[in-house]
Design a binder for this molecule. Sequence first.
Ligand code: NIG
Ligand code: FE
Length: 387
Amino acid sequence: MSSLLVDRIGRLVSHDDEAPVSDAALVVSGGRVVWSGSRRQAPPCDRLLDADGGCVLPGFVDSHTHLVFGGDRAQEFEDRLAGIAYTAGGIRSTVAATRATTTAELAARAARLAAEALRSGTTTLEVKSGYGLTVEDELRCLQAAAAVTVHRTLLGAHVLPDGTSAEDYVALVAGPMTEACAGEATGVDAFCETGAFDAEQCRTVLTAGVDRGLSVHVHANQLGPGPGAQLAASLAAASADHCTHLTDDDVTALRDADVTAVLVPAAEFSTRSAYAPARRLLDAGVVVALATDCNPGTSFTTSMPFVIALACRELGLSPAEAVEAATLGGATALRQGDVGHLRPGARGDLVVLAAPSEGWLAYRPGVDLVRSVVRNGEVVRNGEVVR
Ligand code: NIG
Ligand code: FE
């Protein structure tokens, strides 16, 4: 079994209390982390990856994306720069473009975005459907995501498609759509928001997913205060996502129900909105994850380093907190225990920075500081970056 030694690690962020923080080395074998320690005690290995004194992090876990879509919304973005506010209605134009795109092309586009994400250090991704809004098109979107990730979430309740009543559409999503798509999905999500679906409609859809063994995620409290976070808590959801407008009661409910708050500051950046109350969540003891929310409407980025920089600048997180949220937090939101950390047994997914510490991701925003990416123990990117 081929082993890889990652040597000359200047700073190791492993989320492993037993591992050294500096002057470290780490061994991956059979796709798993098998050892970390002082580099002077490193065992012989088949292959070497020289970290050159840089900082090593777990691969990023992007727990919230909408990577499968047709077309783009660059014009809508430019309109926003000119002062026009974002509304959920823009989703419908992507629905039309997605329906007009073949499944093979949707898959190819998603794969290109996943490759882009991998280059910036994302080794685990979640992908939602939500731009099909018919049984057939939602299924196609989930199938298109299959080559990219195991974490696929049915978001049939994204927005009400034209030409149907809310009552009929919710019945379709909770019935035939969930039945047809459950085999292609691991999770279910609903957009609980004015202009999308109310709490009872979302509950109907999410409960149908639970009955099919899907994990629950909720687009909650994104555009204004509302019942989404409480709904997520009442269903013991894996995550409540966005969480931009939360009351103290919402925060307490998330904590008490062990719901991970997935924050997506790049969406707030792109829609020119207020940022989520990350400090209040962390200080209350809620597990916080950071994700890109990559989608053509509110956040067209795959870059977790960009999200980390925003979290430090705009959400009040320290670099250590931001990296923890972008790794371990994401893994918690996806309920996947072997990623987001580098303890023995973890998947061999890691990032080598051309920088001495994780703080540089915020200190040097917009600069490509990812020197190497390892996924499943294989070096998938090893580029020189000028420091
Ligand atoms: O997460 N909030 C709902 N869904 C997306 C936006 C989708 C769109 O505008 O296309 C989001 O921000
Ligand atoms: Fe989203």
